[in-house]
Design a protein around this ligand. Structure first.
Ligand code: GLU
Length: 423
């Protein structure tokens, strides 16, 4: 029997998956592709479900369920993160793998999209148990992943330590050192400079480009960042360093807002490793209230389905840059677009992470490593170019930035599939 919470989760995830299909269909139609191309790309070519045992600290053995979804490998190997979260489910992982294809297409890196996840709550597990899950998951999916097949990376609640355990486990299975098996590793294990801040850097570049389009000066601009995890916390810092005034932030438990600007350095010092900080304050508001507060730029950097048909009319910002995956529903996108709000979609704005992951993989393959400055320069070129392509496509096709991003993102995959003779 499915309880109510599970039912709600499934319905929500179906929406994510289905709305992704709706936009992919629209994008392929705008490009003039026949329906068979849509039939090929409307869902992942492979999704593996695994169940694996982990011995817990109390001596008992617990079974965990995980997934790895691979959208399409016409362009190149599969690439995408692995999340550890209690709400991971198959449909969400499938939708997220399709978004990774779009991201790779938009920033022009030679991958197809993938995503993985394990149903678990790292907030309630010890270091040793987390290591067991990381190694158990790699063993379970080892048949379908590898440096030239499918390259995992960090995602929600996974980090460089988890990538280190995973690469170590894979190196044992494959019997040779395989740094290119996974990205987001610690630098001493072949990680890249700038990978930990890459998503936030990419979002910051998109904020700069969007502000230029709107003639907005970032100095003094009022910014709200929803979420204080890896992306949200670095982003608040980068916005603050650019001279913007961060007036609101939030975590999973609530939000704080101050029109005079928040003390970002203090908040960064006080946050825990899961991004929790609002528990230290008394006058908190809800995440929903935060989204409707006065600001110039709104950056949703938390979870999916935050801006919906109900609250889209309350948004005060004139620019929204999506750092999270899927924070705005399709209906809300339409409302915001009608209201003249410039929305930079997730598949473009959050592509900085996979871009630097690509640089990490390239460095692993050639065995030669670039400096932090070189990585920052390459990331900037890539993202500025991607923003321009999406913005130009939105003008050329007279569509919103989300559909434009899908048009740019799906084109190469459709072309590669055609050249291979698949469709
Ligand atoms: N998990 C990140 C994303 O959703 C990064 C994926 C990667 O680096 O491969 O974009």
């Amino acid at each position: 029997m499915v309880n109510t919470a599970e039912k709600e989760q499934t319905a929500e995830s179906l929406d994510l998956f289905e709305s992704t299909q709706v936009i992919i269909k629209e994008a392929l139609e705008s490009l003039g592709y026949p329906d068979e191309v849509y039939q090929l790309l409307k869902e992942p070519m492979r999704t593996l479900t695994v169940n694996f045992p982990v011995r817990m600290d109390d001596g008992t053995v617990k079974m965990f369920t995980g997934y790895r979804s691979q959208h399409n490998d016409a362009v190149g190997p599969i690439k995408g993160g692995v999340r550890f979260h209690p709400e991971v489910n198959e449909n969400e992982v499938k939708a997220l793998s399709m978004w990774m294809s779009l991201k790779s297409g938009i920033v022009d890196i030679p991958y197809g999209g993938g995503k993985g996840g394990v149903i678990c709550d790292p907030r309630e597990m010890s270091f040793r148990e987390l290591e067991g899950i990381s190694r158990g998951y790699v063993r379970a999916i080892s048949q379908i992943v590898g440096p030239t097949k499918d390259i995992p990376a960090p995602d929600v609640f996974t980090n460089s330590q988890i990538m280190a355990w995973m690469v170590d486990e894979y190196s044992k299975i494959s019997e040779f050192d395989s740094p290119g098996f996974i990205t987001g590793k610690p630098i001493v294990l072949g990680g890249s400079h700038g990978r930990d801040t890459a998503t936030a850097r990419g979002v910051t570049i998109c904020v700069e480009e969007a502000a230029k389009k709107r003639g907005m000066d970032l100095t003094g601009a009022r910014v709200i960042v929803q979420g204080f995890g890896n992306a949200g916390s670095y982003l608040s810092k980068f916005m603050h360093d650019e001279g913007a005034k961060v007036v609101g932030i939030s975590d999973a438990y609530g939000a704080i807002y101050d029109e005079d600007g928040l003390d970002i350095d203090y908040l960064l010092e006080k946050r825990d490793s899961f991004g929790t900080v609002t528990n230290l304050f008394e006058n908190t508001i809800s995440n929903k209230e935060l989204l409707a507060k006065d600001c110039d730029i709104l950056i949703p950097a938390a979870v999916a389905n935050q801006i919906t048909e109900e609250n889209a009319k309350d948004i005060q910002a004139s620019i929204i840059v999506e750092a999270a995956n899927g924070p705005t529903t399709l209906e809300a996108t339409k409302i915001l677009s009608k209201r003249g709000i410039l929305l930079v979609p997730d598949v473009l704005a959050s592509a900085g992470g996979v871009t630097v992951s690509y640089f990490e993989w390239v460095q692993n393959n050639m065995g030669y490593y670039w400096s932090a400055e070189e990585i920052a320069g390459k990331l900037k070129d890539n993202l500025v170019n991607a923003f321009k392509k999406v913005y130009d496509a939105s003008e050329q096709h007279r569509v919103d930035m989300r559909l434009a991003a899908y048009i740019v993102g799906i084109r190469r995959m459709a072309e590669a599939s055609r050249f291979r003779g698949w469709v």
